[in-house]
Design a protein around this ligand. Structure first.
Ligand code: GDG
Length: 732
C-alpha cells in the first residue's frame, strides 16, 4: 500500500534527558506538527527527521528508534559536527540570512556547503531505506533543499512535494549564493513546490528562469521531461486549538493572575524566537520613540515581550541577545517608575496556557518582523480573541500581511509610522476593533492548518495524475530494446531527425552548432546500413545543411519543408511559394533588432526568424511578445504564420510545415518499414502527427507531445542512434 512520508530537519518531538539520565518524549506543539499529525500518524505513514539529541550509545539509539517508530517517526542521527556545519552553519548562517535579505550576515564557507550536501544525502539514504516508488513524499524547508532531486534520482516516478517555510528572496539576492544552481536543481526534483506567498513564488520562478534557463507557463516548469508546479499555499494555524485554549479554565485563571500583577495598564504583546529577522531591537527603539513623543502614555501602557531562545550558539544571535538586553534596560531605566515597568521582558518559552493568557490580555499585538515567511504568532493572537477586541499591528514584510489586510499594516523600517500606529491602535474604538477582528477571524478559520495540508496534498496528487497522464512515456530500456528488434527485423528503415536540440545542443550563435565528430560518425554509420534512409528535417536553411551534412548519403527537409532533397537528387522547392512578403516584414523585425541588444534576424528563402537567445533574460521574452502582437493581424492578411520557438520568433508561409514535407516520404504500405521520428520543439509536432501509428516517435525534453515517447536531451538521442547503428540488421 502506498504511504505518505514527511521529511523535515526536526522530528515533531522533544526528547529530553531527566536528571536521572532517563529519556522523556514530548510531542512538539508546533503548528506544522499539529497540521501534519492527521497524516503521519495514520497507518504506515512516517515522519523522518533529526530527533534533536545525540545518542550516548547504540543501545540508546535502538531504544529511541523503537519508541519513535511506535509514533510513526524515524530518526536520522546527526553528529555534533554535522549539526555545527550543516545546521548552524549552512542552514542558519548561509541560507537563513540570505533568504531573509540579511545577506551581509551570510557566510559562504565551503565546509558548510560540503556538510549540507552530505547531510541531505544522509536524509536521502534514510528515505530510500523505507520508501517505495508509489509513496508520496513531502519535504519541508530550507535545510533540505537538495533532497527532492537526490530522491528523484533514485526513484524517478515517486511523487515529491516541497514546501519552503521561509521567504524566497528576489533573484538579485539569491544569486549571491555561490551554490545557487545546485540549490535550485535540488528543489526542482519535486513535482510541486509550495511557498507561503505569491511574491516568494515569483522570486523563485525568476531565479529558475535566470539561473537554470527554464521558463514557466502559469507556474508550471518542464524539467528533464517532467512537470514541476510552483504555487502559493499560505499556511494557516490550528484555529480551533487556539480558540479552545483561550477559553480553557487554566488559561482564564492565569489571565486573572497576570492582570492583577500588571495593574490597570494597556498591554502590548510581542512573541518571537530570538532572531534578527524578527525586528526585536527595532521594536524596542520604536517603543522608546513612542513614549518620548506621546508622554501621556507613560505609566499607562506596557510592552510584554517574550523572546524564545534560539540558535544561541551562532555568533550573530549572541550579539542580538546582548543588544536586546541592553535596549530593554535602557528603556526601562529611562521611563520606568516604582509602580510601572515599561517593558516586561522574558527570555524563555512558556506553556500554551500562558501564551493563551498573554494573547487574551493583550490590547495590541505588535508583530513587526523585518522579514518573515508567514508568522504564525499574529494569527494565533487573532484566533485567541474570543470577544473580538484587540488590535493587530503587522509588518508588511511578514507573509501573513497578505491575508490579514484588516490589521494596521506597517513598514518596520519606518519607525515613525510604527510609533504612530501604536497610538492609533491604543485609541481605536471597540466597534472598529470588532469589525476588523471579525473579518480576520473568518479568514483564519477557513484557511486553517488542516485546509493548508489538504490543499497541498490534493494539488500534489493532481500533479501526479498529470505526470501519469502525459501523452508520452519516458523511453525506457524495454521500449528501446523493442525498437532495436524492430529496426533489425524490418525490410526498410526510415529515420526522420530534427537537428537543433535533437542531434545537437543549442548554442548562442546558430552557426556555432555545426556537427561535431561524434555526430558525423553516428550519421555516417546509420546511413551506410542497407535499406536505411536518414532524413534530417530541420528549420535551417538548405545552404547550412548542405555545408554541414551534404557529403553524407542522407536526405533533407530544410526551412521546415520549403526545400526538400531526395537521395542523389538536387534541392526541390515546395510548390510555388511567394516570398515577396519579406520586404514588408523585414523592416518591422529590424526595428526590434535596433532596440534589443543581442538579437538578430536570420533570413531564409521563405521565412524570417528573429533570434533572442543572447538577449538579457526577460527582455527577450518581452520583445518576442511585442513582435507577435505587432504582427498578429498583418500575418493573417498576408497568409503567414507567426510561431514562437526556442528563443526565436519565426514568420513563414502558412502552407509550410514539417509534417507535410515528411508525408512525401511516406507511402501507403509501410508495414515492413521501421519508422522513427525525433524532434524537440513545436515544429516537430507536425512531423509526429504525420507518422503512422506504429512509428517510434520521440520527443526530446518536454513530455507534452503528440509523440509516443520522450527522452531527456540530445545526448540520449545520440546514444540511442549509436546503439541502433550497432544492431545487426537481418540480411534476408
Ligand atoms: C518559521 C518561519 C513561518 C513562540 N513562543 C512560544 C511558542 N511559540 C510558537 C508560536 C508560533 C511559533 O512558535 C512561531 O512561529 P512563527 O511563524 O511566528 O515563526 P518561526 O519559528 O520563525 O517559523 C515563519 C513558520 O516557519 C511556519 O511556516 O510562519 O515565517 O520563520 O506557533 O506560538 N510556543 C509555546 N511557548 C512559547 O513560549 N508553547
Amino acid at each position: 500500500m502506498s504511504r505518505t512520508i514527511i521529511i523535515s530537519n526536526r522530528l515533531p518531538v522533544k526528547i529530553s534527558r531527566t536528571a536521572e539520565g532517563e529519556l522523556s518524549f514530548r510531542p512538539s506543539e508546533g503548528g506544522l506538527a499539529t497540521g501534519l499529525g492527521s497524516i503521519y500518524k495514520e497507518g504506515d505513514n512516517l515522519w523522518i527527521g533529526w530527533p534533536g539529541i545525540h545518542f550516548q550509545d547504540e543501545e540508546e539509539e535502538s531504544f529511541v528508534k523503537k519508541e519513535l517508530l511506535k509514533e510513526n517517526m524515524l530518526p536520522v542521527d546527526l553528529t555534533t559536527e554535522e549539526i555545527k556545519l550543516y545546521y548552524e552553519g549552512f542552514s542558519n548562517e548561509t541560507l537563513w540570512p540570505t533568504f531573509h535579505y540579511f545577506n551581509q550576515y551570510a557566510l559562504y564557507k565551503k565546509s558548510y556547503w560540503q556538510s549540507y550536501e552530505r547531510v541531505n544525502q544522509k536524509f536521502c539514504d534514510a528515505v530510500l531505506a523505507v520508501a517505495n516508488p508509489d509513496d508520496t513524499i513531502w519535504v519541508h524547508d530550507y535545510q533540505l533543499l537538495l533532497l527532492p532531486d537526490l530522491i528523484r534520482d533514485k526513484l524517478p516516478h515517486v511523487s515529491i512535494g516541497f514546501f519552503l517555510h521561509i521567504p524566497f528572496p528576489s533573484f538579485e539576492v539569491f544569486r549571491l549564493l555561490p551554490w545557487r544552481r545546485q540549490l535550485l536543481d535540488g528543489v526542482l526534483g519535486a513535482d510541486l513546490i509550495g511557498f507561503h506567498t505569491y511574491d516568494d513564488m515569483r522570486h523563485f520562478l525568476s531565479a529558475v528562469s535566470r539561473i537554470c534557463f527554464l521558463s514557466n507557463h502559469h507556474g508550471q516548469i518542464t524539467k528533464d521531461g517532467r512537470i514541476v508546479e510552483i504555487d502559493a499555499f499560505p499556511m494557516g494555524i490550528d484555529y480551533d486549538k487556539y480558540a479552545r485554549s483561550s477559553a480553557a479554565p487554566e488559561t482564564l485563571s492565569r489571565e486573572v493572575k497576570y492582570r492583577t500583577s500588571l495593574g490597570e495598564v494597556k498591554l502590548m504583546l510581542s512573541i518571537d524566537r530570538l532572531d534578527y529577522s524578527k525586528g526585536i531591537a527595532a521594536r524596542l527603539q520604536i517603543f522608546d520613540l513612542f513614549l518620548e513623543k506621546y508622554p501621556q502614555y507613560q505609566g499607562k501602557v506596557s510592552l510584554l515581550m517574550v523572546v524564545v531562545p534560539s540558535r544561541d550558539s551562532v555568533d550573530k544571535y549572541k550579539d542580538l541577545k546582548e543588544e536586546v538586553d541592553l535596549l530593554v534596560g535602557r528603556v526601562n531605566g529611562k521611563y520606568g517608575s516604582v509602580n510601572w515597568t515599561p517593558i516586561h521582558y522574558f527570555y524563555r518559552s512558556f506553556p500554551l496556557e500562558d501564551l493563551s493568557a498573554f494573547y487574551r490580555i493583550a490590547d495590541v499585538a505588535l508583530v513587526t518582523p523585518m522579514r518573515d515567511g508567514m508568522n504564525l504568532v499574529c494569527k494565533e493572537f487573532v484566533a485567541s480573541k474570543l470577544d473580538q477586541k484587540g488590535v493587530l499591528i503587522l509588518s508588511e514584510m511578514a507573509g501573513a500581511s497578505k491575508e490579514l489586510s484588516e490589521a494596521i499594516i506597517v513598514n518596520p523600517n519606518d519607525k515613525h509610522q510604527v510609533r504612530d500606529a501604536i497610538k492609533k491602535a491604543l485609541e481605536m474604538s471597540e466597534d472598529e476593533q470588532v469589525k476588523h477582528m471579525e473579518i480576520m477571524q473568518a479568514t483564519l478559520k477557513k484557511f486553517n492548518i488542516h485546509h493548508w495540508v489538504e490543499l497541498f496534498m490534493q494539488r500534489l496528487d493532481e500533479v501526479n495524475q498529470k505526470q501519469l497522464k502525459m501523452n508520452t512515456k519516458l523511453l525506457d530500456e524495454k521500449i528501446e530494446s523493442e525498437m532495436q528488434d524492430s529496426f533489425a527485423s524490418s525490410e526498410d528503415r526510415m529515420l526522420f531527425l530534427d537537428y537543433d536540440g535533437t542531434l545537437s545542443p543549442f548554442t548562442g550563435n546558430p552557426q556555432d552548432a555545426s556537427p561535431d565528430e561524434e555526430l558525423m560518425e553516428i550519421l555516417t554509420h546509420l546511413s551506410q546500413i542497407e535499406n536505411t534512409r536518414v532524413i534530417v528535417i530541420s528549420g535551417r536553411d538548405r545552404h547550412t545543411l548542405e555545408k554541414w551534412l551534404g557529403d553524407l548519403p542522407i536526405e533533407f527537409v530544410a526551412e521546415h519543408g520549403v526545400w526538400m532533397k531526395w537521395n542523389g537528387e538536387g534541392w526541390m522547392l515546395l510548390d510555388s511559394l511567394d516570398a515577396s512578403w519579406k520586404n514588408d516584414i523585414r523592416p518591422i523585425l529590424d526595428i526590434y533588432v535596433n532596440k534589443t541588444p543581442g538579437s538578430f534576424v536570420e533570413e531564409k528563402d521563405y521565412s524570417l526568424v528573429w533570434h533572442y537567445r543572447k538577449v538579457e533574460t526577460g527582455l527577450g521574452e518581452l520583445r518576442a511578445r511585442e513582435i507577435i502582437s505587432h504582427l498578429k493581424y498583418l500575418a493573417v492578411n498576408m497568409n503567414l504564420q507567426v510561431l514562437e520557438g526556442n528563443k526565436v520568433v519565426e514568420i513563414k508561409n502558412l502552407e509550410v510545415n514539417k509534417g507535410k514535407a515528411a508525408a512525401r516520404w511516406l507511402e501507403d504500405d509501410m508495414q515492413n518499414t521501421f519508422i522513427m521520428a525525433v524532434g524537440d520543439d513545436w515544429t516537430d509536432e507536425d512531423t509526429f502527427k504525420a507518422m503512422p501509428e506504429s512509428a517510434f516517435t520521440i520527443k526530446v525534453g518536454d513530455r507534452r507531445s503528440a509523440a509516443r515517447f520522450s527522452v531527456r536531451d540530445h545526448s540520449v538521442v545520440r546514444r540511442i542512434l549509436r546503439e541502433l547503428g550497432n544492431v545487426n540488421v537481418s540480411q534476408d
